[in-house]
Design a protein around this ligand. Sequence first.
Ligand code: ZN
Length: 93
Amino acid sequence: MLPTCQHCHTPWTYTDTLKNMLQLRCPYCQQKNYLSKKVRMRDALFSLLPIPIMILFNVSFPWILGLGANIILVLALIYPYIIQLSKHEDPLW
Ligand SMILES: [Zn+2]
């Protein structure tokens, strides 16, 4: 599922989303979208994931960095399919 602009309800294409993934500004109506609360919670959890892996498997920090770089690359490629847009910036808690 690709994201849909919450202002003009135009679905974004894969390239639209990649181009706008930092600003999340709609290329059709120029309005700003925000990441939904659910997505931001998940991203926060994802970024904490390496810590328990390091402790559990006793792996070295450079190894985690390599793994992290790969995960980020994969996430960037599938990003347009995993985000959900929100009209307003919801408080995280
Ligand atoms: Zn729009």
